[in-house]
Design a protein around this ligand. Structure first.
Ligand SMILES: *Cc1c(COP(=O)(O)O)cnc(C)c1O
Length: 398
């Protein structure tokens, strides 16, 4: 074979297409599709036959119990979507108007939006290249430089605002360095709320993501590991917070046989029974889906082994990831080729996507405080997500 020449730039796109095809075959392939191979039709029909399609019904209770059992959280409260779950979790964590909340710049915009819904201000923090999550060491150094503890609160000396909470996100299902972040949150009097929207089935040192902080949040949107159509959940080990989550998500209505009394400005965020029925069927298949996604990772690992210029992202040490979205990270000297690779793969019918535009660059959040973000900025220029549906790994149809 001739030595790699300067033409290796277009040939990197070709080599990536070849590696993808060796795993995926010749078919047109989407980024992520749901699988419905279990009791979905049966439970949905049961739901319609019962007429309990809305926010009262046995599937909601069952879905919550089974989620708690699967994750090991003491409580799970099902809501209409992951963004609503984040909003409620931040309110329950005590986030108030005029506060700041630390969130990664490298996240889906919902994390920052939930902060804004509380009339608080997102304060963007950098990522770690080995976890793709918040970098605990860099954040500690930043807080040491810019904040002080006053009256039991973390005060941002630059803005004069209280930093109330930290919201790490488990990117593409890979756990962030959650123990170090928990210690940091304790040291700086911050509530820790985990955005585990992408990480159902992901564990750090045997503990399920979303169950380690004060509160955690899951999403069951159509593109996530399991789906309820739209849906989300709040996880917590605190019975009082779980009760408050249910109360606030049910218009803060005081339970009573006939009277409509509400003791706070509540929200209509409860998950409908129809969606929970779908969720119960999906949860039954979760172990099989996770096994398939891991098999797909192993196939990609063989296909991309030895391909210069790009790394397939591997679960961090001590972590068991769900491999929700499979991820290529281009070497720094190949970042300029990213768009050509996206262009070529999508033109070939292989759906690939860049990571989100960093949150601090999004129009609503450009004025917000941020620490230096060198790693997030570098990662954002080099990440390419590749087809990740569970069925691509070969399914256990049990
Ligand atoms: C999907 C997702 C959400 C929001 O979930 P929805 O159910 O779509 O509202 C929040 N954060 C992250 C990181 C996500 O990927």
């Amino acid at each position: 074979m001739p030595a790699m020449t300067s033409a290796n730039q277009s040939s990197l796109a070709d080599a990536i297409i070849q590696a993808l095809r060796s795993v995926l075959g010749a078919d047109k392939t989407n980024l992520h599709e749901p699988s419905f191979n279990g009791n979905e039709w049966i439970y949905l029909k049961e739901c319609l036959d019962s007429t309990f399609v809305s926010s009262v019904g046995s599937y909601v209770d069952r879905f919550e119990k089974e989620l708690a059992t699967f994750t090991g959280a003491r409580h799970a409260v099902a809501v209409v979507n992951g963004t609503a779950a984040l909003h409620l979790a931040l309110l329950l964590a005590g986030v108030k108007e005029g506060d700041e909340v630390l969130v990664p710049a490298l996240t889906f915009i919902a994390t920052a939006n939930a902060v804004a819904y509380c009339k608080a201000v997102p304060h963007f923090v950098d990522s770690n290249q080995h976890t793709l999550g918040v970098d605990a060491g860099a954040l500690r150094a930043w807080l040491q430089r810019t904040c002080e503890i006053r009256d039991g609160h973390c005060l941002n000396r630059q803005s004069g605002r209280i930093i109330r909470a930290l919201v790490p996100m488990h990117t593409f299902g890979h756990p962030a360095d959650i123990e170090a972040l928990l210690t940091l949150a304790d040291d700086y009097h911050l509530a820790l709320v985990e955005d585990a929207a992408e990480s159902l089935g992901s564990y750090k040192d045997g503990r399920h993501t979303g169950t380690i902080g004060l509160l955690g949040v899951l999403s069951f949107n159509g593109n996530k590991t399991i789906t309820t159509g739209g849906g989300g959940a709040i996880l917590t080990n605190d019975s009082n917070l779980a009760r408050m989550a249910k109360h606030l998500s049910t218009t803060a209505k005081i339970p009573h046989a006939w009277q409509y009394s509400h003791d706070a400005v509540g929200y209509n965020y409860r998950m409908p029974n129809l969606n929970a029925a779908l969720g119960c069927a999906q949860l039954e298949q979760l172990p099989g889906l996770l096994a398939s996604k891991r098999r797909l990772y192993e196939k990609y690992r063989s296909a991309f082994a030895g391909l210069a210029g790009v790394q397939l992202f591997h679960e961090p040490p001590g972590c068991h990831s769900n491999y929700w979205l499979q991820t290529l990270v281009l070497d720094a000297d190949m970042a300029a080729e990213r768009d050509a690779i996206l262009q070529a793969t999508n033109a070939a019918g292989l759906m690939t996507r860049p990571v989100w535009t960093l949150a601090h660059q999004q129009l609503p959040y450009r004025h917000c405080p941020a620490m230096p973000l060198p790693v997030a900025e570098s990662l954002a220029s080099r990440i390419i997500n590749i087809p990740s549906s569970a069925f691509l790994g070969g399914m256990d149809l049990s």
